[in-house]
Design a protein around this ligand. Structure first.
Ligand SMILES: Cc1cc2nc3c(=O)[nH]c(=O)nc-3n(C[C@H](O)[C@H](O)[C@H](O)COP(=O)(O)OP(=O)(O)OC[C@H]3O[C@@H](n4cnc5c(N)ncnc54)[C@H](O)[C@@H]3O)c2cc1C
Length: 498
């Protein structure tokens, strides 16, 4: 038997908010806070028991990237506030120079501090929360979402909102409501690999720093003594030869990334490791995800053992924790009214309806093989147009976060957490404006007014007077070596922006 027929049934309406936001990752947090602060009655629905999406659930670290190459902060607003409050909580070192890739800045943080603070921020904004709840479907009528179907321990219920913001990362609501989408790479649907982040505690950081100085040639761009000593957050990328040898000897998992990458966290002796990897996983397929959870967790233990054997400082260390779920980089993206392109990203494109900036590199972890694409971060600062948030065929839905309308390549840049939160802020304010004006199609938003308000509310957009001086301490001094020592391909070298 391939199918069974499910009985139609009546289900209770849980609530009827102005705006329901599905998914409390960086995009959902930005959207919910922004909509609520601007007067909308907002319900934020999340399948886990805490907020943050990849910030906490998948324990992705650090946040990328708030600054352009000259050190000017181009993502501000709610994401900027979040960092300031994390620093006050001693849950982040703040924005620091990255010793791994040539990122304009990186912003490491403690995921537990993040969990605590996100609850404070959504509560202060007056957002209503419904946790432990999956959105599982949507009903539509004449191009409008009439309800979002949810399931949780209380059973199956409906939310009947005026507007929906889909921040599920997988465009779940848009898909169920019949909006067109693409998955992965245009030519074959292949998606970036998944990675389970894990934290290691109990590291002797003094010994690690000594080891790094003695083995700098094994690290990308060979950091200097001064860089290693003065960094508030050691970032470590390299060991390619050692990893290759480990793979050959069966001491390093053969499917994992062919290098070690980790970031020092604010709590003494802790790092976040980005080194497990599994290719060929579809993050919208539960059987694939099940396999990924098992395989990558096994990899994490093997990688820790490898670090203990070959890298200084790890003798007394232990695996502190692994993400509550494997991190999924890429799945569905809507086909919106506008599709952000690689050219937009690389040409610093501004849009009349730009609602957020992005400045991270185009960073594409290889769906197969080993050729990672990394263009260099902070060199281009581009805008994300409001039209990329508009799913075709629907009038009361916006998407925000990594499932906006973008090509596979442009997505490689726009997908990072600071950018996603900024996109969310723009979406939330647009919805609040519709509520304030008494309703209307998402395409009726006055985008010029929206941009003006975003700037008034602390966001940065291209073309605004640059009242904030560039912070020269964040300026990169290794731009020319981008891609020189790792396997990164650097298309900037071949383009006008080199
Ligand atoms: C391994 C890995 C490494 C990365 N490295 C970095 C990095 O170093 N720095 C960086 O800035 N970015 C990094 N990224 C990218 C970044 O983490 C994501 O692209 C970003 O978090 C996307 O934000 P989002 O809000 O769209 O989605 P998410 O962060 O995925 O949040 C989506 C939220 O929606 C919830 N949800 C999903 N479906 C439903 C549903 N049906 N019902 C209810 N709730 C639902 C989820 O539980 C989650 O809370 C990395 C990603 C991965 C996977």
């Amino acid at each position: 038997m391939k199918f069974i027929k499910e009985e139609t049934r009546e289900i209770p309406v849980y609530t009827s908010p102005d705006v329901v936001v599905i998914g409390a990752g960086p995009a959902g947090i930005g959207a919910a806070i922004s909509a609520a602060r601007n007067g909308a009655k907002v319900l934020l629905v999340e399948r886990y028991g805490f907020l943050g999406g990849n910030l906490t659930i998948a324990m992705v670290n650090p946040m990328f990237t708030f600054h352009d190459i000259k050190g000017k902060q181009v993502i501000r607003g709610i994401a900027g506030e979040l960092v300031e409050r994390l620093v006050d909580l001693k849950s982040s070192q703040g924005h620091v120079t990255d010793l791994t890739f040539d990122n304009a800045s990186m912003t490491p943080f403690d995921p537990e501090g993040m969990k605590y603070l996100l609850f404070q921020m959504v509560k202060e904004a007056g957002v209503e929360l419904l946790l432990h709840t999956w959105a599982v479907g949507a009903t539509t009528e004449k191009g409008k979402i009439t309800s979002v179907i949810i399931e949780n321990k209380s059973g199956r219920q409906a939310i009947v909102p005026r507007y929906v913001i889909d921040c599920s990362a997988d465009a779940d609501i848009a898909t169920w409501a019949g909006a067109p989408f693409v998955k992965g790479r245009e030519k074959d649907g292949a998606m970036q690999p998944v990675t389970l982040f894990f934290r290691i505690g109990g590291i002797n950081m003094t010994n690690l720093r000594i080891w790094m100085k003695n083995n700098r040639d094994l690290l990308k761009d060979s950091p200097t003594d001064d860089e290693i000593d003065s960094s508030k957050a050691i970032a470590f990328l390299g060991l390619k030869q050692l990893v290759k040898m480990g793979m050959e000897k069966g001491e390093f998992p053969k499917d994992a990334a062919p290098r070690i990458l980790f970031y020092e966290l604010p709590q003494e002796g802790q790092i976040a490791v980005n080194a497990t990897r599994l290719q060929g996983i579809d993050g919208t397929n539960a059987a694939d995800l099940t396999r990924a959870e098992y395989e990558t967790r096994k990899q994490a233990w093997e990688i820790h053992k490898f670090l203990q054997k070959y890298v200084g400082g790890f003798d007394e260390s232990y695996i502190l924790d692994t993400g509550a779920q494997v991190g999924v980089r890429e799945t569905r993206r809507i086909r919106g009214d506008y599709q952000l392109t690689e050219q937009d990203v690389l040409s610093n494109r501004a849009f009349e309806d730009g609602i957020a900036c992005g400045t991270f590199a185009i960073d594409i972890h290889p769906p197969e093989g080993e050729q990672q694409i990394f263009t260099g971060s902070g060199k281009a600062v581009y805008e994300i147009p409001y039209r990329s948030l508009l799913p075709q065929k629907l009038d009361n839905l916006l998407v925000a976060g990594r499932c906006i309308s973008a090509t596979h390549t442009a997505f490689g840049s726009a997908r990072v957490m600071a950018t996603c939160m900024a996109i969310g802020q723009g979406a939330g304010l647009a919805m609040a404006n519709l509520v304030q004006q008494g309703g209307g199609d998402v395409r009726s938003v006055d985008v010029a007014a929206l941009r003006k308000q975003l700037i008034e509310q602390g966001q940065y957009l291209l073309g605004m007077p640059d009242e904030q001086p560039a912070d020269s301490s964040l300026a990169l001094n290794k731009v020319d070596s981008s891609g020189a020592t790792a396997s990164h391909h650097n298309p900037f070298k071949d383009k006008a922006h080199g």
